[in-house]
Design a protein around this ligand. Structure first.
Ligand SMILES: C[S@@+](CC[C@H](N)C(=O)[O-])C[C@H]1O[C@@H](n2cnc3c(N)ncnc32)[C@H](O)[C@@H]1O
Length: 518
């Protein structure tokens, strides 16, 4: 979560929705009560079933055979298993969020209103940004509250499971919300084909970007989480969690949904939920509004921070995220230059041949840092922490007494937000950052200008050749990250040049004085 603010992800109707598993067959048959129960009493299994039948483009029956789909994952490791062990096993990386037909949207909307959703000023429609989204049906004022999705339609860790016993087992074992919801989705879902990045594609197209590392970390975390659940729970209750349904592939799929569609509600102590209809809202960096639970109306709402006219797509913010983070969790990259929160992670290391390398490393470790360490660069500059890390990296042995102060500042554990200043090594520190920037730029350039293999894709993701689409996403991301690095390079070079001319001027003046006194 960036800047402690609410972060949306969400489980899409079309995803949650995909529902209905074989488990259902074994357990209890879901009664066709969906349309007969009074509003507000809908069970999550019913919700899932209805989503499924109302939004899927083809009304294919739920299948036991797991097929893959969707997005990326988060840090949610349950156990202490070394993540490095599973990194290599991670295999193909599910990516992004498939967008299905809007053909059945009206059935979904009808069902939602029969289940207690109040009349809406927005409807699900095909849109230019995000393929499918919510569009204003009437004039919407700035500051207006919208949605009001009642808790009965929301999926949370407390939701009722089709297979109550399975849910109880997970809760008894204190499984945290994210893996619990992921397992819930598997138990309710049947899966579809996905756009997926393979490990080799990540290596090929995102080799210059730190996002590749983070993608691998995420897969690793999900893999470790699944392994932990399998060991502690699934293997002990095979009748509740049969492996043909609860396996690594289905787990990756459900985490993909969680990553791209889970809503964190600040007003419910950060409780996470999957919210139908709300999960049709696309992200815009130009708005700041986000989903939350509204105590007064007892529903999930958001408050518009701009007016909309009928026909306009309505947006929320998924949080102040960089393009890389948006690609990682949601599978899209905003238009170049359109994201004021964009940043690029750059990895910095201590010099191994530095005489004080060991002491510097110890100082870093004391404050929870290491070498290499990643820092975010923005179009507007770099964090004070990076400058402190650079000071530490270039400081000579005579500055030993300052190592700890530098490490503390690099970890942002210093209470003051004041920038450290060591004029005697400032030039080297800036040069250290510049060198790292330039070496990174050359990696991006190699990818971006490497024979024009990343040709442009203009058709919709659905129709586009999957490979071209993924390459294009990687291309867009690399371009936006390189742009930030170019800017940092420009600022650093200028500052270094100014310092050098300043030094030169000072030297000339000094020489002048010297001559005068002679
Ligand atoms: C919560 S869903 C929003 C609804 C989604 N468009 C759908 O049809 O299900 C999040 C997904 O919508 C798409 N999306 C959201 N905002 C977008 C944007 N600004 N540009 C492109 N795609 C976007 C991405 O595929 C993302 O994973």
């Amino acid at each position: 979560m960036m800047d402690g603010e609410m972060q949306e992800m969400m489980v899409g109707l079309d995803d949650i929705i995909m529902v209905l598993v074989a488990i259902e067959k074994k357990i209890r048959s879901l009664s066709p009560l969906i349309h007969t129960k009074p509003p507000g009493t809908t069970s999550m299994a019913e919700a899932s079933r209805s989503f499924y039948t109302s939004l899927l483009p083809h009304h294919s029956p739920p299948t036991l055979r797991p097929r893959h789909r969707l997005g990326f994952r988060v840090r949610c490791s349950l156990g202490g298993r070394s993540t490095a062990v599973v990194a290599e096993e991670a295999g193909p990386v599910p990516w992004g969020c498939d967008v299905d037909s809007v053909g059945n949207a009206s059935a979904l909307q009808r069902w939602l209103s029969e289940s207690g959703l109040p009349p809406q000023k927005m409807g699900i429609e095909r849109v230019d940004v995000g393929e499918r989204g919510l569009v204003a049906l009437k004039n919407i004022r700035k500051g207006e509250k919208l949605l009001f999705v009642p808790p009965s339609l929301v999926i949370t860790a407390d939701s009722k499971w089709s297979c109550q016993e399975a849910g109880d087992v997970l809760r008894k074992n204190f499984v945290p919300d994210w893996p619990l919801l992921a397992t819930y989705l598997i138990s309710e879902a049947s899966l579809k084909d996905a756009s997926r990045w393979t490990r080799s594609e990540l290596d090929m197209y995102l080799v210059a970007s730190q996002i590749r590392e983070r993608a691998i970390e995420r897969i690793t975390d999900v893999t470790a989480t699944y392994d932990d659940l399998r060991l502690r729970i699934f293997s002990k209750h095979p009748q509740l969690f049969p492996e043909e349904i609860f396996n690594m592939e289905t787990f990756k799929w459900s985490f993909g949904i969680i990553f791209s569609r889970l809503v964190r509600c600040p007003s419910m102590d950060g409780k996470v939920a999957l919210v139908p209809l709300a999960d049709m809202l696309n992200h815009s960096s130009e708005v700041e509004t986000f989903l939350d639970y509204d105590k007064a109306s007892q529903g999930i709402v958001f408050t518009t921070d701009r007016p909309y006219q009928p026909g306009e797509q309505v947006f929320i913010s998924y949080g102040k995220k960089s393009n890389g983070e948006l690609l990682l969790s949601y599978g899209f990259v905003p238009k170049e230059g359109s994201n004021p929160n964009d940043s690029v992670d750059l990895s910095f290391s201590l010099n191994k041949s530095d005489k004080c390398c060991k002491e510097k490393l110890e100082a870093l470790q004391k404050y929870g840092l290491s070498t290499p360490h990643r820092f975010p660069l923005r179009i507007t500059g770099w964090p004070l922490e990076l400058m402190a890390y650079a000071y530490l990296a270039v400081s000579p042995p005579s500055m030993r007494p300052q190592f700890e102060e530098m490490a503390a500042a690099a970890s942002s554990k210093m209470n003051t937000k004041k920038a450290l200043k060591y004029p005697e090594i400032e030039e080297q520190a800036l040069q250290f950052i510049l060198d790292c920037c330039e070496s990174s730029i050359s990696k991006y350039t190699k990818i971006l200008e490497g024979g024009g293999s990343l040709e442009s894709v203009t058709t919709s993701p659905k129709q586009a050749n999957r490979k071209l689409l993924l390459r294009q996403l990687a291309f867009d991301l690399c371009n936006s990250e390189r742009r930030i690095l170019f800017r940092a390079q420009y600022i650093l070079r200028r500052r270094l040049r100014d310092m050098k001319t300043g030094e030169l001027r000072a030297l000339t003046i000094m020489n002048g004085f010297r001559k005068l006194f002679k």
